[in-house]
Ligand binder design. Structure first.
Ligand code: NI
Length: 128
């Protein structure tokens, strides 16, 4: 009877298979973890989504089709990237809301060392 492969051999086999799947041309290259979006409310007028970011996690590039209001759950720092390659920093204060018009395009990254969350309300009544 052959001895079972050690944990090192087993881990290399699993990791190799996963790496080959990630090389698929159909998957975009992603170097950061994705933020987790949880839709809390959605009807014909609004969509309310909670976003949870580990440090360094990102939403991915997106365009806002509706006016939106963000209420941070935590204090924190967002690193925001724009399609033209520029970027900016935004300081979030827990409980202090801000609004942006429809048409904004960006990728939002947790630029701080701690997990970060905000609640985003999109107003479908005002499309962009
Ligand atoms: Ni956004």
């Amino acid at each position: 009877m052959r001895p079972a492969p050690g944990p090192g051999a087993s881990a290399r086999g699993v990791g190799g298979a996963a790496a080959r799947e990630n090389d698929s041309a159909r998957e975009p290259l992603r170097c950061r973890a994705p933020a987790v979006a949880t839709v809390q409310v959605e009807d014909d007028k609004v969509r309310v989504t909670r976003w949870d970011f580990e440090p360094g996690a990102e939403t991915g590039f997106h365009r806002h089709g509706w006016l939106y209001v963000v209420v941070p759950v935590h204090d924190g720092t967002l690193h925001i990237e724009f399609p033209d390659g520029t970027h900016t920093k935004a300081e979030l204060k827990a409980g202090v809301a801000y609004a942006r018009p429809a048409g904004v395009e960006h990728n939002v990254v947790n630029g701080g060392p701690a997990p970060l969350s905000f609640v985003e309300t999109e107003v479908k009544a005002w499309p962009g």
